[in-house]
Write a protein of this length. Structure first.
Length: 247
């Protein structure tokens, strides 16, 4: 199975949605930061793109605040898109697209809705190589409307192995507490074993958040920052101010 293809299987998708996703530390706070940034733009969001949408958790937060916005959700995993359709079934202003944005031709799949006031992504882009990440950030910039905003809620690289080990312990503790709450009987050591040997681990190509913010600035994004970070979990992004064409 090639890098990232495991996410196309119902087994991994369901395990993530029922377990791992619920154990992400401060997940609600990350979404709260995202929504505060979106509202701060002053834009009455008319359209947005959720790239690597998963089950649509970020889209649900945006639509809760902007129910009339046209939403486009794109993910290469059919099980994830099916989960998103189920989560967002109350809305009829959503297009669901199954496609791999690792291929630059993905832009043609969403061009009919260009430009987007907001582009968001959650724990997805880190599966791309660094060169593809940079290209993708340029593609997203070109899809944004004047004063449009890009927000990436992402898994980033720890600056040192020591810090990375602290994050791993932190996340394992969170996974352990969640499975106990759900009635699980696994020991902390067993949870740690699953974490370190998880099937999707090889798909991760993590990059430091500082480097990614510098890429955004180089492309032409303004107000670039890491708006929230706890160990390897970061919320970062920037704006396309007044339709700036970048550099």
């Amino acid at each position: 199975m090639t890098r990232g293809q495991a996410w196309k299987t119902p087994e991994l998708a369901n395990k993530y949605l029922s377990g791992v996703r619920g154990a992400i530390p401060l997940a609600n706070e990350q979404i709260e930061v995202m929504m505060r940034l979106i509202k701060a733009t002053g834009i009455n969001v008319g359209s947005f793109l959720d790239l690597g949408s998963g089950d649509g958790i970020l889209s649900a937060a945006i639509l809760d605040n902007f129910p009339d916005a046209k939403a486009v959700l794109l993910d290469f995993s059919e099980p994830m898109i099916e989960a998103a359709k189920n989560k967002l079934r109350a809305y009829n202003n959503i297009d669901f697209i199954v496609y791999d944005y690792g291929d630059s031709s993905w832009i043609k799949k969403v061009a009919y809705s260009f430009p987007f006031d907001i582009v968001v992504s959650g724990f997805s882009i880190h599966h791309q190589t660094d060169s593809r990440k940079y290209e993708l950030y340029k593609e997203i910039f070109d899809l944004l409307s004047a004063d449009g905003l890009f927000i990436n809620i992402e898994h980033v690289l720890s600056p040192t192995k020591w810090i990375g080990s602290i994050f791993a312990e932190y996340f394992i503790d969170s996974l352990y507490r969640l499975q106990l709450k759900q009635g699980g009987k696994m020991s902390l050591q067993e949870v740690a074993g699953e974490f370190y040997n998880r099937p999707d681990k090889e798909a991760n190509i993590l990059a430091p958040v500082e480097k990614q913010c510098e890429w955004l600035r180089r492309i032409g994004y303004k107000d670039v920052d890491c708006y929230f970070k706890i160990f390897e979990l970061a919320v970062f992004g920037g704006r396309r101010v007044n339709g700036d064409n970048g550099v």
